[in-house]
Write a protein that binds this ligand. Structure first.
Ligand SMILES: [Zn+2]
Length: 335
């Protein structure tokens, strides 16, 4: 759950000396970010020069190939084969980019239909002051997914993640963010599940500028899942099956879910519990209060006392009142 940066035009210069039959000429390609890429020009039998590139071949595109933000993606994906590219405009300053390999063309089609709406859904809660032109990549293999997310220090679920590819200064609006889908994501969660994942990861991306590592995960993950599930035609037990089972067995939570619960065997419950906390807060105090609480608690690690102070300041409630209200809300939904 993290994320990327703006790049402008791509200019390249290359030259060669035709009389040197075996010479290799390096031409530098300068991106707006200052990154450099080398193109190798190999003379072929004194004929036309053949260009060997270290960028993935673009097989088809909806006119996105000239988009300067595509170049870093093409370089990173080059070892994994040719790519397909789509642009999705939603009224933001730049177009969102969707990238997948030919083996995942159907995933690309699904995401192309869903992305504009997902961006709008996130903006409906968070506002439009975020980079609404993400780069979304569908990995073709587990190895590619790992490479694209691990290298960027991604966090998140194992079916999708937001990765930060550039340097990032907390408090600034990151633009070098991308969302990466696991190759099996659509098979595992279906088309509607892809839309939910998209909204969840887009929420992480939208809130990144206001989010500092170490902030309480119940707030970060619960908020992303609240935005992802909001206004969908899904029931409580569909969204939170593990939580529902426990509630029906009479087990009500006694505290907000701890950060340590988000990894390991109880991770599904942790996400569902965090979602239910935020869904309750939005239901009881309103979406604006929930968003205000997010901005306050996402500023870094929060002691129990600091969280208590935030509950009082934003919600006008003590922790005990919040927990009592949440449990009553849960009891009413677990029947
Ligand atoms: Zn998440």
């Amino acid at each position: 759950m993290t994320d990327l940066s703006p790049r402008s035009g791509l200019r390249s210069w290359f030259s060669s000396n035709g009389r040197l039959e075996f010479c290799i000429t390096l031409a530098s390609v300068t991106l707006l970010t200052g990154a450099c890429v080398a193109l190798i020009l190999v003379p072929r039998n004194a004929g036309p020069l053949q260009l060997a590139t270290d960028e993935a071949e673009v097989l088809d595109t909806s006119e996105g190939i000239d988009n300067p933000r595509l170049s870093p993606v093409r370089r990173e994906l080059q070892p994994y084969g040719p790519i397909l590219v789509r642009e999705v405009a939603d009224g933001a300053a730049a177009e969102a980019l969707l990238v997948a390999h030919p083996s995942h063309r159907a995933d690309l089609d699904v995401l192309e239909r869903q992305l504009g709406r997902a961006i709008s859904d996130v903006s409906a809660v968070w506002g439009t002051e975020w980079n609404r032109a993400p780069v979304v990549v569908v990995a073709s293999t587990p190895a590619e997914f790992t490479a694209l997310t691990r290298s960027a220090g991604a966090a998140g679920t194992d079916v999708a993640a937001v990765s930060l590819t550039g340097s990032y200064t907390p408090g600034t609006q990151p633009t070098d963010q991308r969302i990466v889908f696991n190759p099996d994501a659509r098979r595992r969660v279906g088309d509607e599940g892809m839309a939910t994942l998209l909204r969840h990861e887009l929420t992480h991306l939208a809130t990144r500028a206001d989010t500092v590592d170490g902030a309480p995960l119940w707030m970060l993950e619960g908020f992303a899942e609240y935005v992802a599930q909001r206004d969908q035609q899904t029931t409580f037990s569909q969204i939170a099956p593990t939580l529902t089972t426990r509630l029906r067995a009479g087990a009500l939570p006694t505290e907000l879910v701890a950060d340590s619960d988000f990894t390991g065997v109880d991770a599904a419950y942790a996400y569902e519990s965090a979602w239910s906390t935020c869904a309750f807060l939005a239901d009881r105090y309103g979406t604006t209060a929930l968003t205000t609480l997010y901005r306050r608690l996402a500023t870094g690690p929060q002691s129990p006392a600091a969280q208590d102070a935030a509950f009082t300041a934003v919600l006008g409630a003590s922790r005990a009142e919040l927990l009592d209200g949440w449990r009553a809300w849960l009891r009413g939904r677990a029947a």
